[in-house]
Design a protein around this ligand. Structure first.
Ligand code: ATP
Length: 257
């Protein structure tokens, strides 16, 4: 499924936080969204998954305007892992993940053995086998994050929106979760702070700054010393990883030398 964003503008309290942004996520591609703090990444993603209504522009899935879809229709197509990972009540891990199955059910339809199977598979995938009956509120930040990723997986959507999916995760789980997402081969749009992770996993990277899209392209096209300096005000060297062949950024700061 293809996700496209055309000239999207989001206004909050009379200010354009997102200004005329266009993006194109081809079917099955992993697309990264990078930019400094406050540049508009979360606001853009929230407009795409319909928390915010755009003042202008359009979000489309396979050329269908998503504002014409019901919540359920949208949830069958698009799964979201947002930044704020809390639950209002004390659910178990299994209950939280099972919620991801609801777009596939009728009102009042109970959970089936297939739902339980899919839920368990997803927990195994994110490395949380045996956590089904744990209370969500007692989990560590990284464990909660992985539960929410499992909930997105059971939704079986063709488009995945991730707002800093590796936030809270240690390095092993950062790599593992991105490996899992990549292996799904679904169209993915992920806001990522770690530029080396973005370089390693993304097919295409979009750069947002001050609410405007300033650059797009492959990691090697986008992640240049000049761009990192201009957008993040940090000097660096750019090399090619000797084993993966991916772009590798090494930062330099006064305090290091
Ligand atoms: N509800 C709101 N009311 C007022 N301003 C807001 C609101 N939501 C976001 N903003 C402002 O919009 C700008 C973009 O915020 P956003 O959270 O989208 O940035 P971000 O790129 O995701 O940042 P970060 O990397 O820090 O998570 C910020 O200046 C923020 O203060």
């Amino acid at each position: 499924m293809m996700l496209s964003v055309s000239k999207l503008t989001t206004t909050i309290e009379h200010k354009d936080i997102i200004h005329q942004v266009s993006m194109h996520i081809e079917s099955g591609k992993f697309v990264g969204l990078i930019g400094p703090n406050g540049s508009g990444k979360s606001t853009l993603l929230k407009t795409i998954y319909r928390i915010f209504e755009p003042r202008a522009g359009l979000v489309a899935l396979d050329e269908k305007d998503i504002s014409t879809l019901t919540h359920k229709e949208l949830a069958r197509r698009m799964a979201v892992v947002a930044q704020e990972g809390s639950a209002p009540f004390d659910f178990t891990v299994e209950e939280i993940v099972l919620m991801g199955r609801s777009p596939h059910k009728r009102f009042f339809e109970g959970d089936t053995s297939e739902d339980s199977y899919i839920t368990n598979q997803a927990l195994v995938k994110v490395g949380l086998e045996g956590y089904s009956n744990r209370s969500f509120s007692t989990l560590s930040g990284g464990e909660k994050q992985r539960v929410l990723i499992a909930r997105a997986l059971v939704q079986k959507a063709n488009v995945l929106i991730l707002d800093e999916p590796t936030n809270h995760l240690d390095i092993q789980h950062q790599l593992h979760i991105l490996d899992v997402v990549k292996s799904l081969n679904v169209s993915t749009l992920a806001a990522i702070h770690d530029l080396n992770l973005a370089a390693a996993y993304c097919d295409i990277i979009y750069v947002i700054n001050g609410g405007e899209m300033v650059k797009q392209g492959s990691p090697s096209e986008v992640l240049t010393r000049d761009l990192v300096k201009e957008i993040f005000q940090v000097d660096c060297t750019i090399t090619t990883h000797p084993m993966t062949g991916k772009v590798q950024i090494s930062y330099i700061s006064d305090g290091m030398v």
